[in-house]
Design a protein around this ligand. Structure first.
Ligand SMILES: [Cu+2]
Length: 464
């Protein structure tokens, strides 16, 4: 745990608040500098609950002041490691993007101080919460903007338990493109309601960061190149470590500009909560992929009865790749041998055309790249290159993990005889597999239809 604390006396907004109804000053604003998942923060006062864990994140500590739970968020520029090898200059809260997860209990009265250390004004909207209109955080509509250097306070009672988030509602396009957002979990007042053993949360966000640069392009609407969970991409995203037979909940919210079908292998599960509240048991149906639209939150649950290393990822295949390689042209089936000779002659040898047999080879290659970017397909498992990036992680279900042990247990030890394997003695059987009547086994490089296709002459090398 590397939470450092800075004195609230140094906070620039203190004088503003001192004269208002807030009597005991502003609670300190802890900051977090580690991009790794922090242990769950168990409640030290008030009703019991099973706290969540935030992928590559943490929960904001609070203090009690009378019957108010007080939190302090500081909106500020941050440096976020997207994955080892790449850092981004973002805006966030209390040292990180996303900001810390806020956790409280149904019925709690919360007082949330927001200090603005950005170069422009901001506000915070409490997405999904039922609250007085004037606490809704919409710049100009429900409150004046929080100017740089100023501190505002939001006070409301948590009307219901569930899954919520917070984000700015002023200069939104810029501030969300820069990474400003956070998770807000309200636990049921009855700790037995909706109880699970492990409860993971993360936000889906996306950035457009040119290879070799550090600041997201804030005007991008669709063509992002970093598809993130909590401002991290594979292989930098924490694994979901789960003990066998645990009841598990995974909650996520989408603050990108497109929808994401989140798919988990090895299990079926049910959506149990949306940003609108808990789904009644009789209204749930089984899924293996859950689409989450922009601005939505979803939570699904399952009993972790199957051990293994189970992939969990967005099913849009472009969202499981990183920056390098988005501009690669399609060369599948193209005979590039003449190009290799031509370009090798021009540049004095050493040119290697790529992609004629697909692009899996890129998952294993160390390509020359500018500083501060990530390869398109990366990461290794126990059987070789995983060939992924972006919104991808692994649910690791293991026998015998201690309660609240989230340490990486390593790769799954498959029981003998349970791993797909190569058949050595095929003979000429490979041509005997049944095919649909009248179909061929497909064209091959060198067939007439491929002879007509020539790759564009101006960009023969498959990546920038
Ligand atoms: Cu996606």
């Amino acid at each position: 745990m590397t939470v450092s604390r800075r004195s609230f006396l140094a906070s620039s907004g203190l004088a503003l608040i001192g004269a208002t109804a807030v009597k005991a000053g502003i609670p300190e604003a802890p900051i977090q500098s580690s991009p790794l998942m922090q242990p769950p923060l168990f409640p030290s006062s008030g009703p019991d609950y099973q706290p969540v864990v935030t992928l590559n994140g943490w929960t904001l500590p609070w203090r009690m002041n009378g019957d108010w739970k007080e939190f302090h968020l500081v909106a500020e520029p941050v440096v976020r490691e997207i994955s080892p090898g790449m850092k981004a200059h973002l805006w966030g809260y209390n040292g990180q993007s996303p900001g810390p997860t806020i956790e409280a209990v149904e019925g709690d009265k919360v007082r949330i101080f927001v200090t603005n250390k950005l170069p422009e004004h901001t506000t915070i909207h409490w997405h999904g919460q039922i609250l007085p209109c004037g606490m809704d955080g919409v710049t100009g509509l429900t409150q004046p903007p929080i100017k740089p250097g100023k501190t505002f306070v939001y006070e409301f009672q948590l009307k219901k338990s569930g899954t919520f988030m917070y984000h700015p509602h002023g200069d939104e396009m810029v501030q969300m493109a820069m990474g400003m957002m956070g998770f807000f979990v309200v636990h049921p007042r009855d700790p037995k309601l909706h109880r699970v053993d492990r409860d993971f949360v993360f936000l889906l966000n996306a950035f457009d960061i040119e290879p070799g640069t550090y600041v997201p392009k804030i005007n991008t609407m669709l063509d992002f190149n970093m598809w993130c969970w909590n401002s991290r991409v594979f292989p930098g995203i924490d694994h979901f470590v789960v003990a066998k037979n645990d009841r598990v909940r995974i909650r996520f919210g989408n603050l990108t500009m497109t929808n994401h079908p989140i798919h988990m292998h090895g299990y079926d599960f049910e959506v149990t909560c949306t940003d609108g509240g808990w789904v009644r048991p009789e209204a749930r149906w089984p899924e293996v992929s859950i689409d989450v639209a922009v601005g939505q939150m979803r939570a699904f649950e399952f009993d972790a009865v199957y051990e293994g290393d189970w992939a969990i990822h967005c099913h849009k295949s472009h969202h499981t790749m990183n920056a390098m390689g988005h501009d690669v042209k399609t060369y599948i089936g193209v005979d590039q041998s003449d190009i290799k000779q031509t370009i090798s002659r021009l540049i004095g040898g050493g040119y290697m055309p790529m992609g004629a047999q697909g692009m899996a080879e890129m998952g294993e290659m160390e390509m020359a790249a500018p500083d501060n970017t990530l390869p398109m397909m990366t990461g290794f498992g126990q059987f070789g290159a995983i060939e992924m990036g972006g919104m991808f992680s692994v649910v690791k279900v293991r026998e015998g993990l201690a309660t609240n042990d989230y340490k990486d247990p390593g790769w799954f030890k498959h029981p003998p005889g349970t791993v797909a394997y190569e058949v050595k003695d095929v003979g000429n059987r490979s041509s005997e597999a049944p095919r649909a009547p009248g179909s061929s086994s497909g064209p091959k490089p060198g067939d007439a239809q491929f002879k007509a296709v020539k790759p564009g002459a101006k960009k023969g090398h498959g990546h920038h």
